[in-house]
Each structure stands twice: as C-alpha cells, then as structure tokens.
Write a protein that binds this ligand. Structure first.
Ligand code: MN
Length: 385
C-alpha cells in the first residue's frame, strides 16, 4: 500500500452566505452593460487604436446615448495613461471637431457632470494607494516588487497621478474606468499581463463575466476580430484565477456551509469539496470539516491514527471498512470510525453526499492515505444498495 500523509490544510474561517433575492429576469438585465458603459467601449478602443474616423462615429453614438460632453471627454483624458498623450490628444481633437459640426447643425449636446473637488488632506500617494487597493482587493504592503522596485519613479507616477489624480475624478465610476481601460488594452494588443489584471480589477468593482463577454463582442464589431479573439484568451485566464479565488466561499447547494475548495485528486476519485470549519480546537484534539462528494466520488482507502466521526447531512453515500460489506448512508446517520481501520467514504453513484467530518488529531496528521478505491471495488460495494 502506498502510504502518504496528508499535508496540513491551512485554517480558513467560516463565513456566512446568502442568496440574492432578485428575479431571474432582473438578473439577466443586470448582466448587460448599460447604454453608457456600452458607449465607452468603442470610444476607448478606437482612441487606443488611433482609428479616428471610427472614433468619430463612436463619439457621436456616445453623445446620442445620453452621455454628456464632460463624461466622454473624461474617457479620452483617461486614455492618455493607457495609450499615451498622442493618441489621447488625437481623440480629444476629433471630439472637438465633432462637437463643432454638431453645434453648426443645431444639435445642442449637454455638458455632463463636473468632478467633485478633492477635499482630503491625505498625501496623494496614499490616496492613490488606497484606490489601487480597492481595485485589486490586495493590500499594498511590504516592499515594492518588479517594475515598481526597479523604477520607484513609475510607482509614484502610477499611484499619485493615475490612481489619485485621474481615478479620483468622480465623473466616471471605477467600474466605467475599468471598462474603458479593458477596452483600450484589448484594442492595443500585446499587453496581456496588464489586460488580465485589469479584467480582474474590473470584476472586483462590479463588471460581471457576461459584461466582459459583451465588451469583447463590441470590440469584435468595432475594433477588430483578432483583438477580440486575443482578449477572449486573456479573459479565460482571468476567470480561471478569479473562479479559484471565489470557490472557497461560494454557496453549496448540498450543505448549509460554503463549498470550500476542491479536494486533491491525489486522495479523491471524482470531484469533492472540502470546507474546513474548525482547523483545530483549543485543546488541539480535533478538527472539523464539511465535505461534499459529487455523485460517484469517493476518497482513497485510508486510516486515521486517532479515529474519525462522520455526521451525514445530505444525500446518499457509503462507508466501507476493508474486508467488510459497505454501509449505505443517508442524512442523519452517524459513523464512528475506529483508529487504524482501513476504510473509505463517498457518494452513491446517483447522488451527491455531504458529511461533516470530525477528525481526531495525531502527530502523523489527520489521515494516512492509501490506494484509490477502484471502479470495480466501488461498483461491488454500491451494487444493489
Ligand atoms: Mn475517513
């Protein structure tokens, strides 16, 4: 028997979760970009590309969608941080010419909002740092790394100028600013790491996965199919990362507790989710976790040096000790597993299964893992029950 000892699982806090009370139709509507957000996408993308005839059309559509002159101007100003003064100024000049033409043909465009004055007396660098923390959801602590360490100047310019001077102007929301940035970087191409991190920041300030897909379909129509295809590859990477981050506390339809993290395929056949509820009690005697097995999933043969107790809370499953028939389990069952007895537990082939596991601690770790439960062993144990 291959024996390996489970690595200690990092302690994680139990947190509450709830279901949103909105209707499906309303959720679908909320998933769409607003008219204003949709208008920002081609303005930013075509400014970044330097496609001035296309930009002129996008700017007119933005005004017609109800954006004020200042609101659109704010997008063009922000663009200088992402594609340089030349592109930004070309965009602003194009916009001025368009406004002149519209004035001459009798269209009166509304001015839009003004930025609120900044009243904080906190240093600009600190203000920028806090805005960046809001966008990334990561604390800006510890020594600077990467480009910010190599060039402390650019660290100051980014924080003081981009994230304080520009982002503090409340004409656009953080969500709208990230939509503009994602559109510009997608159109620009060749800046995948920045695009990926801005997709993450966008999601942190309320841009949904569906809205990012909508943004990319606008890019496809207005700025280019290749740019959109490259953007979709980056989105897949950004989602992989944010899904992994979101799993821990996501709702579990088979348990009152959050889903937790995917269990290691080294010790489980099929998909299981483990939420550690109590990493260790104060006497250091036991730990408590909630485990959900998807249908057909089971853990490897294993032993516990100091036993284990299972409290079954959902579905149908099995517990089997080596050399004995399997015991069928359902909600309400309690399994007391003796020390050093080789066994496995898992779901029935046609049902998900959730149990709380109270595992007594021992110096060798919570479990000593052995071979996988083969399909033949599993079929034999679960047949006819
Ligand atoms: Mn066990």
């Amino acid at each position: 028997m291959n024996i390996s000892i489970r690595a200690p699982i990092a302690g994680m806090l139990l947190s509450a979760f709830s279901f949103a009370g909105t209707s499906g139709a309303q959720e679908a509507e909320n998933e769409k970009l607003s008219a204003r957000e949709r208008a920002i996408v081609p303005v930013a993308a075509l400014t970044a590309k330097g496609d001035l005839p296309g930009l002129k059309i996008a700017l007119a559509e933005g005004l017609d969608s109800g954006m004020g002159v200042n609101d659109i101007k704010e997008v063009l100003v922000q663009m200088y941080a992402y594609c340089g003064f030349p592109r930004s100024l070309q965009g602003i000049n194009t916009f001025m010419a368009l406004l002149d033409e519209r004035r001459q043909s009798g269209i009166s465009d509304k001015p839009g909002s003004e930025a609120s004055p900044i009243v904080s007396d906190e240093a600009k660098y600190e203000r920028g740092k806090r805005i960046l923390e809001t966008l990334t959801k990561r604390p800006e602590t510890g020594p600077k790394t990467g480009a910010n360490a190599f060039s402390p100047e650019i660290d100051v310019f980014l924080k003081e100028h981009l994230f304080a001077d520009i982002f503090e102007r409340d004409i656009l929301s953080f969500k709208e600013r990230e939509i503009a940035t994602i559109a510009a970087l997608t159109a620009l191409g060749g800046v995948e790491p920045m695009l990926r991190s801005h997709m993450g920041m966008g999601m942190n300030v309320g841009v949904t996965e569906a809205q990012l897909r909508e943004l990319l379909s606008i890019i496809e129509k207005k700025a280019g199919a290749k740019e959109a295809a490259d953007g979709r590859k980056v989105l897949a990477q950004a989602l992989g990362k944010s899904k992994a981050q979101g799993e821990e506390n996501s709702a579990n339809e088979y348990s009152a507790f959050p889903k937790g993290n995917k269990a290691s395929s080294e010790y489980f056949t099929g998909t299981a989710w483990v939420k550690i509820l109590v990493p260790q009690d104060e006497t250091k005697s036991y730990s408590v976790g909630d485990v959900t097995f998807e249908p057909g999933c089971r853990n490897n043969w294993h032993t516990h040096d100091a036993g284990q107790i299972l409290l079954v809370t959902y579905g149908k499953g099995f517990y089997q000790e080596k050399g004995k028939p399997a015991r069928a389990l359902s909600a309400g069952d309690v399994v007391v597993i003796p020390s050093d007895v080789e066994h496995w537990h898992g779901a029935a082939p046609d049902s998900a299964f959730t149990h709380i596991a109270i595992t007594n601690n021992s110096p060798r770790g919570a479990a000593v893992w052995g071979e996988k439960v083969t399909d033949e062993e599993y079929a034999g144990a679960t047949a006819g029950k």
